[in-house]
Design a protein around this ligand. Structure first.
Ligand SMILES: [Zn+2]
Ligand SMILES: [Zn+2]
Length: 131
């Protein structure tokens, strides 16, 4: 089991299942949503996600058609995204995890949108968009 919280602690969750393949996403929407060079995301099954607290704090923003970003309305921390075309998965924002994760990222996606000041030197495959 994994657990996580937002920055202010209003939102707490548990994941009763596996965390899927970890990807580093450089798309402009992830960069802006995180205020950083990229987001580190991994799929989880919605059915494995339990919101322990913070239901009233969670807010949603539709960043492109069919893509909803769910974040803490109090501190702004991104928690997960969900897609209309993939209703069984969330894409967890791994920076909110409090439990150690034993597998690291496997690839960079949307590398064509990478911030020009961000130097990637981890040797992982980079895809212009998705593999
Ligand atoms: Zn918060
Ligand atoms: Zn992205």
């Amino acid at each position: 089991m994994y657990s996580g919280t937002c920055l202010c602690g209003s939102v707490a969750y548990q994941i009763h299942g596996e965390i899927g393949e970890v990807v580093i996403c450089h798309c402009q929407r992830c960069r802006k949503a995180n205020g950083s060079a990229y987001a580190v995301n991994a799929p989880i099954k919605c059915a494995d996600f339990e919101l322990v607290k913070g239901e009233t704090s969670l807010k949603e923003f539709c960043s492109s058609p069919g893509v909803h970003r769910v974040f803490c309305g109090n501190c702004g921390a991104p928690i997960y995204s969900k897609r209309d075309n993939d209703p069984v998965h969330y894409r967890l924002r791994l920076g909110t995890l409090d439990t150690p994760l034993t597998h690291g990222p496997s690839m960079h996606i949307f590398a064509a949108s990478k911030a020009e000041w961000n130097v990637v030197c981890d040797g992982l495959p980079q895809y212009a968009e998705r593999p």
